[in-house]
Design a protein around this ligand. Structure first.
Ligand code: 1CP
Length: 343
């Protein structure tokens, strides 16, 4: 099937499809026994990310099991700071760790040659996936957004209210702005290479955008995303781009209009009825089921699915969760979700 005919791509180009395409953020991962087995065999998470064969297999697992309309390349946002020369490792049972940067540090240099050499296994996984995926399944590439990447680079980890990056932006805005702009440059080139390798759409994850004050939102989220969109469009004008400024509430509307993305992925804090009137006239809406339903299931799951479908099916829409599926999720609830959407 041609890329243009795939359900996800049609929805991202603005078409209202009879049944929405569906995929789930973090659809590959620890809630699947086959993923846990693969991770064990690979001997660690980063070995999965940097081995194209393993990355292809991890990406394929949820497609085989559930038949989602789209697959997302198995990788992580932190491969970009890693490719820029920062140390990145995974603490088992905890999560990613980086060597923290200090306020005022100069941004790492962006040297395209070693950067792309480091990320070659990612590009190879993308190409391998285009050969392995079912004909109708769209392939999404992705990157972290500059702000979210900077929060990890500043703190060396997640989960601290992004305090280190927020302190840096007010203490030394020049060096923080330089870091953000350097990351925007690297992310733009990274996404172009993923599309060159076969990605049919890309998503920019700004998972911590909700930590930005309204006065900082434009400079650190909207501006770098706009720059990335311009860079990617100059090379690949037809590839749809999704943005995910998680947690920004009403500012989703400003983000959608200002950045020029084709669509926005919504967290579960936004009402689907509001999204239908404020966002759908300007682009595709993706979302936004509460991820806890994939753990708890039952009637509460079905009620929220029905509400989202009722609100958003009249316009360009991609069904997804409001954030990634968690390790505690029950695969049976994913099946129940798909039955409810597809009938
Ligand atoms: O096996 C394991 O324990 C690793 C768990 C895991 C997985 C499966 C991590 C560690 N990353 C991933 C894959 C991943 N990460 C994907 C690919 C596949 C898919 O969606 O199926 C994607 C798109 C990401 C993106 C990602 N990584 C984000 C943005 C999206 C989001 O969830 O907000 C972020 C913030 C990260 C950082 C990260 N990587 C892993 C963890 C546990 C975290 C969060 C750490 C923290 O903030 O404390």
């Amino acid at each position: 099937m041609k890329t243009d005919d795939k359900l996800l791509i049609r929805a991202l180009r603005g078409e209202t499809t009879p049944v929405p395409p569906v995929w789930l953020m973090r659809q590959a991962g620890r809630y699947l026994p086959e993923y846990r087995a693969l991770r064990e065999k690979a001997g660690g998470f980063l070995n999965l990310c940097y081995n194209p064969e393993h990355a292809v297999e991890a990406t394929m697992q949820p497609i085989r099991r559930f038949g989602f309309d789209a697959s997302i390349l198995f990788s992580d946002i932190l491969v970009v700071p890693h490719a820029l020369g920062r140390d990145v490792w995974f603490e088992t049972g905890e999560g990613p760790r980086l060597n923290p940067m200090a306020i005022g540090d100069a941004p790492p240099a962006f040297d395209p040659e070693p950067f792309h050499a480091h990320l070659k296994p990612v590009y190879e996984a993308v190409t391998g996936l285009r050969q392995s995926l079912p004909a109708e399944t769209a392939l999404i590439g992705f990157s972290g957004a500059p702000w979210t990447l900077a929060t990890y680079m500043a703190a060396g980890r997640g989960k601290d209210e992004q305090a280190a990056a927020r302190a840096w932006m007010y203490t030394d805005p020049d060096s923080f702005g330089a870091l953000i702009d350097r990351l925007a440059e690297a992310v733009g080139q990274y996404l172009i290479r993923q599309i060159d390798a076969g990605a049919e759409a890309v998503q920019i994850f700004d998972s911590w955008a909700g930590a930005l004050a309204p006065s900082a939102f434009d400079r650190y989220c909207v501006q770098p995303t706009t720059a990335i969109v311009e860079t990617v469009r100059a090379a690949h004008p037809d590839t749809p781009i999704l943005g995910f400024p998680r947690g920004v509430g009403a500012s989703y509307a400003d983000f959608l209009k200002a950045t020029g993305v084709n669509g926005v992925s919504l967290d579960q804090g936004v009402s689907p009825e509001w999204a239908a009137q404020a966002l759908q006239p300007h682009g595709t809406v993706q979302g936004n089921l509460e991820p806890m339903h994939m753990v708890t299931g039952g009637d509460a799951l079905l009620r929220d699915v029905d509400r989202i479908l009722a609100a958003l099916s009249g316009g360009p829409f991609v069904f997804n969760l409001g954030h990634g599926i968690t390790p505690q999720a029950d695969p049976a609830n994913v099946e129940a979700l798909l039955r409810r959407i597809r009938g």
